[in-house]
Structures are given as structure tokens and as C-alpha cells.
Design a protein. Structure first.
Length: 114
């Protein structure tokens, strides 16, 4: 499975951004899609995941501000980020889990200025 992320960019604190990630080369259905992020000098952390059936999970710091969704027909996952804070600045990586294993996208930069 190959993942291609798009979106992200630079926004002021309080603003909104969205990122999306399309999977290709999918031979079996994707169990879980999601987003991780890694800020400079920090470990990669889970941001949000969504199951094939629409069940979602978020890290506490983004609850109420971020919304994850997916289009199973298009094998695409979306992350809408509202009320962004400078601490949300990171490289965001999309993720997909299938019966064949885990796949990662190349990462897209999200920068929130104060």
C-alpha cells in the first residue's frame, strides 16, 4: 500500500487546515487509517484514527478541534484541524493498517504561527 498525503501548510493560531491521504495499491480492505505527527525533538505521536466502520479515536490534546474521516470507496482519509495552536506544529504522517501490515505516508508539514 502506498500513501500520498496532501494539504497542510502555514496558518496563524486559531486558524484551520486540512490534510488528506490517498492509498493506492490496496489489495485487501484497510482496517484502520489515521494520522500521526512528529514535532522537532519529539517522538512521533498518534493524532487520530478511524476504523473501516467509522469508529474514531483522538489523542486528548486534539479532541474537539480535529475531525478525522475516511472515504472507503476512495481509500482516502481526511483530517480537518480547527482552532490550531502553535503546539500542533509538526510533520503529519498518514497511516494505514491492512492484513498485510502497516504503511506510512511521506509526511506533510503543518506550521502554526503564534
Amino acid at each position: 500500500v502506498q500513501l500520498q498525503a496532501s494539504g497542510g501548510g502555514l496558518v496563524q493560531a486559531g486558524g484551520s487546515l486540512s490534510v488528506s491521504c490517498a492509498a493506492s495499491g490496496v489489495r485487501f480492505y484497510i482496517h484502520v487509517m489515521g494520522w500521526y505527527r512528529q514535532a522537532p525533538g519529539k517522538q512521533r505521536e498518534l493524532v487520530a484514527t478511524v476504523s473501516r466502520y467509522g469508529s474514531t479515536d483522538y489523542t486528548d490534546s486534539v479532541k474537539g478541534r480535529f475531525t478525522i474521516s475516511r472515504d472507503n470507496a476512495q481509500n482516502t482519509v481526511y483530517l480537518q484541524m480547527n482552532s490550531l495552536k502553535p503546539e500542533d506544529t509538526a510533520v503529519y504522517y498518514c497511516y494505514a493498517r491492512t492484513i498485510e501490515g502497516n504503511s506510512w505516508g511521506q509526511g506533510t508539514q503543518v506550521t502554526v504561527s503564534s
